[in-house]
Design a protein around this ligand. Structure first.
Ligand code: C2O
Length: 590
């Protein structure tokens, strides 16, 4: 019944699904109510596809960086056709299983310790009730605007602080209380729930296509509860703008020890440090910022060949956990969890571990920015760069979750109702996207790996399966001689889920100790936040698109490339089953 999620979004082609972009995305039909005006007077347009060059000029984000407007408009004109072609090749086959069902609250079990595999002395389970209703999103009378946490006013901070304070004062058994809200994350992420009707198979919303929709709903109700507690239905959560240099430290309001949003369990060395999205340990602040922008460019644009590469791999009823995290989940998202988590705590609590992450208010602002990345991906990124933005698979659309709403009503929500943030009544303050064109400079021929060191590298076939506990370099055959549009596939990556793990992938790079990611040779990343799964290991896969890299490295004429894997964690924990290069089933933009 269930298809093999790892293979499906990678190599197989199918023509089973109707054209994905043959009809306009929902934003085309939005009433003008949803076009809002911002403090700076600019319109908020999402559908770059449809707006004119003139209107784009109103839009602060679309004018950055300089000189992109015309090219983008021209290319966007082809988005429909191109997207349609892409949809023919990247839909998983056998998309006929069943969606993952909302958990049964009365079967909620204890969560499990991440280091020992033993049951935690911790009950993550919410109050049980039979009274569940299918949630209908109320009409948005006024759009909520989620502000950048670094830029909020004193008045906003006061309001937010008051709301969280009231949430913390609710009795523990109130499903809206801060502790109950925090436990939602624990329950969905640490094996407290099984998939209904699937024996003891864990329900786990990370490392799969459920990642974005689940967290969106989670924040949605969290925000509504806060708004209710201060009698302000327009209250909107602040987002931590870690993708912009101005937001690359913990937002100061979270550091005020007297405030309700303060948390003492954070890495004390990082309270004012620049976030390290690349997790290379480089200490030069300017290099770290440049690495961060490179990571953003790579995970949002350069490395993704289709929607699953970004969103995460299919996860259906009856399939094992962790089919494969999307680029944003495994990259910047993981990095922030690890950056804030407190190394003095046994398992990196609070943010450094899934079961405890929701206990830090910063979690919700972190995830607002993660959610913002989804909206940018859907509605802003140029279609020629990320052609295939929607998942139409019913097992995705019909997956469901349970939450308590602001009135303590237990509600069932589905993925399909979470696809459009405007329909859910909120949007994000517009800020600059400095990573949008942060493509690394082409690497000069002299910087390319020499034939000597290439021939010194062993052939990949001789090394795999490979235990990745040191830097490894090897040669991989391209799928085609000469210039080709290709993907690097790392398959059967078996990970110890209880550990922080990360490795970077470089192509034709001679530097073993590279902590500089802002170069053409950087192909992408695997990383994970520690979490529990039934047997402490999971098997997953990732793919990295090489199209731009080939251009920038002038790899066109070679038959092989040399791949370097650089682990950023200590010790064992990752075994990679195989590596191969396949032709990109998505046609390159012409
Ligand atoms: Cu549910 Cu950032 O984790």
């Amino acid at each position: 019944m269930a298809s093999l999620p790892l293979s499906c979004a990678t190599t197989t082609t199918t023509s089973a699904t109707p054209l994905r972009h043959s009809s306009p995305p929902p934003l085309f039909t939005k009433p003008s109510l949803f076009i809002t005006r911002h403090a700076n007077g600019s319109h908020h347009h999402r559908g770059l596809h449809v707006i004119s060059a003139q209107k784009q000029n109103d839009n602060p984000e679309s004018t950055h960086p300089q000189g992109k407007l015309d090219r983008r408009n021209v290319l966007l004109g082809m988005g429909g056709l191109y997207g349609a072609a892409a949809s023919l090749v990247s839909t998983p086959p056998e998309a006929s299983a069943n969606p993952v069902q909302a958990p049964q609250l009365d079967k909620c079990g204890t969560a499990t310790d991440l280091n020992t595999g033993k049951k935690l002395d911790l009950n993550c389970c919410p109050p049980v009730t039979d009274n569940i209703i299918d949630y209908k999103i109320p009409p948005a009378l006024r759009m909520k605007l989620r502000p950048s946490a670094h830029r909020v006013s004193a008045q906003y901070m006061f309001k937010y602080n008051l709301a969280v304070d009231r949430m913390k004062r609710l009795p523990d058994d109130d499903p809206r209380s801060f502790s109950q809200q925090a436990m939602i994350h624990c329950a969905y992420c640490n094996g407290a729930y099984d998939q209904p009707g699937q024996g003891s198979l864990d329900l786990q919303i990370h490392n799969s296509w459920l990642f974005f929709p689940f967290h969106r709903w989670y924040l949605y109700f969290y925000e509504r509860i806060l708004g209710k507690l201060i009698g302000d239905p327009t209250f909107a959560l602040p987002f931590w703008n870690w993708d912009n240099p101005k937001g690359m430290t913990i937002p100061p309001m979270f550091l005020d020890e007297k405030s309700a949003i303060y948390n003492s369990k954070r890495n004390q060395d990082n309270l004012k440090a620049i976030v390290d999205l690349g997790m290379t340990g480089n200490k030069d602040p300017l290099q770290v910022v440049s690495n961060n922008l490179t990571v953003m460019y790579s995970e949002m644009i350069r490395g993704n060949a289709d929607v699953y590469d970004f969103m995460g791999q299919p996860y259906r009823e009856g399939t094992a956990v962790n089919p494969g995290p999307g680029s944003s989940e495994r990259g910047s998202h993981t990095a922030i969890h690890v950056f804030v988590g407190d190394p003095r705590e046994p398992s990196g609590e609070d943010l450094g571990n899934f079961y405890s992450a929701g206990r830090d208010s910063l979690f919700y602002s972190h995830h607002c920015n993660v959610d913002r990345m989804w909206t940018l991906w859907q509605y802003f990124l140029p279609s020629n760069k990320v052609p295939d933005k929607k998942i139409t698979d019913p097992d995705f659309l019909n997956a469901s979750f349970l939450f308590y709403d602001e009135n303590k009503q237990l509600v069932r929500v589905s993925v399909k109702d979470s696809l459009d943030n405007l329909k859910m009544g909120y949007e994000y303050e517009r800020v600059d996207l400095p990573w949008l064109d942060y493509r690394p400079p082409p690497q000069a021929a002299a910087a390319r790996i020499t034939r000597t060191s290439a021939s010194a590298a062993p052939k990949a076939e001789t090394l795999f399966p490979l235990k990745l506990d040191r830097v490894v370099r090897f040669e991989v055959q391209k799928s085609k001689k000469g210039k080709a549009d290709e993907l690097l596939v790392l398959e059967n990556i078996t990970v110890d889920t209880t550990k922080f793990l990360k490795f970077d992938v470089f192509v034709n790079d001679e530097d073993d100790g590279a902590t500089e990611l802002d170069k053409a040779a950087y192909a992408g990343t695997y990383a994970q936040v520690p979490h529990k799964t039934a047997n402490k290991t999971a098997t997953t896969s990732i793919r990295l698109k090489l199209t731009e890299l080939y251009d920038d490295m002038d790899v066109g004429d070679d038959d092989t490339i040399v791949v370097t894997l650089v682990p950023r964690h200590q010790g064992p924990g990752v075994t990679i089953g195989g590596i191969k290069i396949i032709e990109n089933p998505t046609p390159p933009p012409s």
